[in-house]
Design a protein around this ligand. Structure first.
Ligand code: IDP
Ligand code: MG
Length: 133
């Protein structure tokens, strides 16, 4: 199914200078880069993107972290783009992410886990609107 997804490299990935290495994995698998922007996440965008986590113990730290420095915002398109991107990213916790996944290869801790990716077509449409709408 041809579709689009929202992917965002988090501040730790930019600080560690892993932008090129990570984006390269999405291109290698055959996804197209439709939009690409380096910039800050506003508080409003952070709260909208992570609305489902409001009230959880890690929520305040998450909002603080994602607004702490530049990120790379992307729209990727291709066959099964949502699930393909999530598969390349690996599990949420880098400590549990296998080698070969982005979180497994570039991350160490759950609080700074390198990358965000939409978890469904509906989330993708919502998140693309938040960041590029
Ligand atoms: P996902 O990014 O793999 O979709 P979610 O469960 O949607 O994972 O969580 C969103 C983000 O919140 C994670 O990527 C991570 O940065 C952060 N997070 C999730 N659970 C925890 C936690 O237990 N402690 C600290 N941060 C967390
Ligand atoms: Mg999620």
């Amino acid at each position: 199914m041809l579709e689009s997804t929202y992917v965002m490299l988090k501040p730790d990935a930019i600080k560690a200078r892993h932008i090129g290495a990570i984006i390269s994995r999405f291109e290698t698998v055959g996804l197209n880069i439709e939009r690409l922007e380096l910039g800050e996440v506003t508080l409003q965008q952070a709260q909208a993107n992570y609305a489902e986590h409001q009230g959880k113990p890690f929520y305040d730290g998450l909002i603080c972290y994602i607004t702490s420095g530049p990120v790379v915002k992307m729209v990727l398109s291709g066959e099964n783009a949502v699930n393909t991107a999530r598969k390349l990213m690996g599990p949420t916790n880098p400590a549990e992410a296998p080698a070969g996944t982005i979180r497994g290869d570039f991350g160490l801790i759950l609080d700074a886990n390198v990358i965000h990716g939409s978890d469904s077509r509906e989330s993708a449409a919502r998140e693309i609107d938040i960041f590029f709408g």
